[in-house]
Design a protein around this ligand. Structure first.
Ligand code: HEC
Length: 259
């Protein structure tokens, strides 16, 4: 009886863990694509060149609808990220304007953004964002990779996953068909097409390459200090290991004469 209860519990837990990975759209089962990212695993690090390209995709394509409110421009130059030079970050920030206070007549003062400013918001409020997007709200992308199960593989699959052909009995109205989106009908039109951007480093901008790069960038954005965390993890593990050996030796010594 105990074993039966345990197996049911185990099955339920596995079903719960696996459920996010597999979406059933109209009878077909889609598993997230797994292109393999350099930051996976305990030794994984971000691919800086891909992060730079990913920022370009975000800023030229996604930022017209999606904000990244947790990030400041200066994060782009910190170690463990795309590591743009501080001069480049200054130049990137200064392309945007922000209203900062009012003058003596109460008129708003507009100034160029600084590296310490947060990324600009594409819309003033939720209502405006919805009105511009068929009633659907484009979520902030700073934490989206953490907010979805199997986040980065899901994001990559979603961007790669727009399909023309959909099941005959499906009516999605103005929405787009994407079997990786739960339910299959998403209010975001396909955002990436070949050559949507012209990469500064000359890499060919295929849908695959851009999806990969922007996924890398958003994975970094959701945890800009990942490399630091992994490094610290290793130092702690190393310390614990040495501590374990010391304990083992001292216990051996202490109990040497006890029989
Ligand atoms: C024209 C506006 C627009 C652009 C450009 C755009 N999106 Fe979206 N996006 C939306 C809207 C609207 C939604 C909400 C979809 C829904 O609720 O059906 C959305 C939803 C999403 C989601 C959430 C999906 C989920 O599981 O809930 C992600 C992730 C996303 N977009 C990523 C991107 C990325 C990455 C880019 C750039 C390559 C991009 N978007 C470009 C409008 C846009």
């Amino acid at each position: 009886m105990k074993i039966l209860k345990f197996s049911i519990f185990f099955l339920l837990i596995s079903a719960f863990i696996l459920s996010g990975n597999v979406f059933a759209a109209e009878g077909k089962t889609y598993k997230n694509l797994k292109p393999g990212f350099s930051f996976e695993g305990p030794f994984g690090k971000f691919d800086k060149e891909s992060l730079k390209r990913g920022y370009q995709v975000y800023s030229e394509v996604c930022s017209s609808c999606h904000g990244m409110k947790q990030l400041s421009f200066r994060n782009l130059s910190q170690s463990g990220g795309p590591e743009f030079s501080p001069e480049k970050v200054k130049a990137i920030a200064s392309d945007y304007l922000i209203i900062d206070g009012a003058d003596e007549y109460g008129e708003p003062i507009e100034r160029s953004m600084l590296p310490s400013d947060h990324f600009p918001k594409p819309f003033n409020n939720k209502e405006e964002a919805k009105a511009a997007n068929n009633g659907a709200y484009p979520p902030d992308l700073s934490l989206i990779v953490k907010a979805r199960v199997d986040g980065y593989n899901y994001l990559y699959s979603l961007l790669m996953g727009y399909e023309e052909e959909m099941p005959d009995d499906m009516d999605i109205g103005d929405l787009s068909y994407n079997p990786w989106y739960p339910g299959g009908a998403i209010a975001m039109y396909q955002p990436l097409y070949d050559e949507s951007v012209e990469y500064e480093d000359g890499t060919p901008a295929t849908i695959n390459q851009m999806s990969y790069d922007v996924t890398n960038f958003l994975a970094w954005a959701s945890e800009p200090t990942m490399e630091e965390r992994k490094r610290l993890g290793f130092i702690v593990m190393g310390f614990l290991f040495i501590f374990l050996i010391l304990m083992f030796l001292s216990v051996n010594k202490l109990f040497k004469d006890v029989h």
